[in-house]
Ligand binder design. Structure first.
Ligand code: 5GP
Length: 190
């Protein structure tokens, strides 16, 4: 998606040769016009697929998934929670995810009420790096008996090989901007 790549080049900051900071439009301030185009593009790419629901992970995935859901015809968005809460009851699916940006493991939770057997679920997230977040969401969908119809991500860091792990599970992966490498502050797209 050219518009997105141009924006990444304009505003992206490379940290430690592995993390892309895009707070200006994706992870802190949200460019709603760009998000609308991103949502439209996800729908275009998955126009051949029936999608009942979108599953994402808090917090940055929520806005991306919500804009996309509008283009999929106002379907529901469910987000996995990273913190336990007495408001979420015991009736949850859980999975453990390793965060490579924070170098810790955390548990994600989704209430059993919001994923149902046979539902066709598209996973959407802001970044695909090593694939841990996506694999955790896939695990939760499997536990519920729902079906993962694909994994859609705004920015893929292809050199971190998350795609391979997901495709090995027989699942489709789509990203709107795929980064091959960082060379100092330069961002090389595939
Ligand atoms: P993975 O689980 O695929 O290794 O990493 C994906 C998750 O980590 C995303 O949900 C995203 O929040 C975070 N992440 C991974 N790499 C980056 C990055 O370069 N920049 C930002 N802003 N977040 C990242």
């Amino acid at each position: 998606m050219e518009l997105l790549k141009e924006r990444i080049i304009k505003d992206g900051i490379v940290i430690n040769n592995s993390i892309l900071k895009v707070d200006n439009f994706l992870n802190h301030q949200i460019d709603t016009s760009l998000f609308n185009e991103i949502g439209k593009e996800f729908k275009r790419i998955f126009s051949d697929v029936k999608v009942d629901k979108i599953l994402t992970i808090e917090s940055s995935g929520i806005a991306v998934a919500s804009f996309a859901a509008i283009h999929f015809g106002f379907i529901p968005v469910v987000f996995a929670k990273k913190t336990s809460s007495s408001i979420i009851d015991e009736n949850v699916y859980t999975s453990t995810v390793h965060s490579f940006t924070k170098n810790t493991d955390y548990i994600i939770r989704v209430s059993k009420k919001y994923l149902n057997n046979g539902e066709r679920v598209l996973i959407i997230d802001d970044f695909l790096a090593k694939g841990c977040a996506a694999l955790g969401l896939i695990d939760i969908i499997e536990q519920s008996g729902a079906i993962t119809v694909g994994v859609a991500t705004v920015i893929e860091k292809a050199f971190q090989k998350g795609r391979e792990k997901i495709e090995k599970r027989g699942l489709r992966v789509e990203s709107l901007a795929s980064i091959e490498a960082f060379e100092g502050n330069r961002i090389i797209f595939k």
